[in-house]
Design a protein around this ligand. Structure first.
Ligand code: ZN
Length: 235
């Protein structure tokens, strides 16, 4: 999914009971009202806009936006459905079309628990562009920050569909039996749960659990990309 953090807030679903009057129903008559924000979730205003949502679908590619969405899920208890896709190759030929879903709630493992995101990559993403480019030229970057990633449209559609399925499971009674993390390979047709099944002791998500505004969240400046090494080094 070649979205950047600039459009990190892909879609949110606001529950119906308290909010949806006739004027809040979507064109299909459903009381679920999706919202779309063209903003950077790593800045405080857009982040706080998500606090009014019941569920957030996160489909960003970078680590820093995923780190902030983790904070949303664990410090404030807003469920986040994170989805990632990856096309694999062997001998220069396609051999994997993997889409992975992670449901982030205060009782499930976060993306740090799952080692899906890296503090080093978060730090790199938040560097000023000139400094990041310098490190890239010197081959000091750990991640592929700012570089093109392979993408296949059917894989993106698979990931979007799985995220929506996870949303339906989240609001269904039997959904409590669904794994919080699973991978589907559209190439071989494989599907399997992905661990860990429980949050990791001592993880960042345990530290900020339900702290709300008392959690030390490191937003970026609204104006420019500010370096905030503390975001990376504190985790
Ligand atoms: Zn964690």
């Amino acid at each position: 999914m070649r979205e950047t953090a600039r459009i990190a807030l892909q879609a949110t679903a606001r529950a119906s009971a308290d909010h949806a009057g006739d004027d809040e129903r979507n064109p299909y008559g459903s009381p679920f009202v999706p919202s779309r924000y063209a903003a950077d979730v790593r800045t405080e205003g857009p982040f706080r806009a998500l606090l009014d949502c019941d569920v957030v679908l996160g489909t960003t590619d970078d680590h820093s936006s995923r780190a902030i969405l983790c904070d949303l899920a664990y410090a404030y208890g807003v469920p986040v459905i994170d989805v990632g896709v990856r096309a694999g190759a062997r001998a220069k030929a396609l051999n994997a079309l993997a889409a992975e879903v992670r449901v982030l709630t205060p009782t499930t493992p976060c993306l740090w628990c799952r080692e899906v995101i890296s503090a080093d990559v978060v730090r790199e993403e938040l560097l000023p562009p000139a400094q990041r480019e310098k490190l890239r030229r010197e081959r000091y970057l750990v991640g592929s920050t700012g570089q093109p990633e392979p993408s296949v449209v059917p894989l993106t559609v698979l990931g979007a569909g799985l995220a929506t399925c996870a949303l339906l499971a989240l609001v269904s009674p039997d959904g409590q039996d669904a794994p919080s993390g699973y991978l589907v390979d559209g190439f071989f047709g494989d599907a399997r749960p992905v661990g860990p099944t429980d949050p990791v002791d001592g993880c960042w998500c345990r530290t900020i659990s339900w702290l709300g505004d008392d959690a030390p969240i490191s937003w970026m400046s609204d104006a420019t990309v500010n370096v905030d090494d503390s975001l990376a080094t504190s985790r």
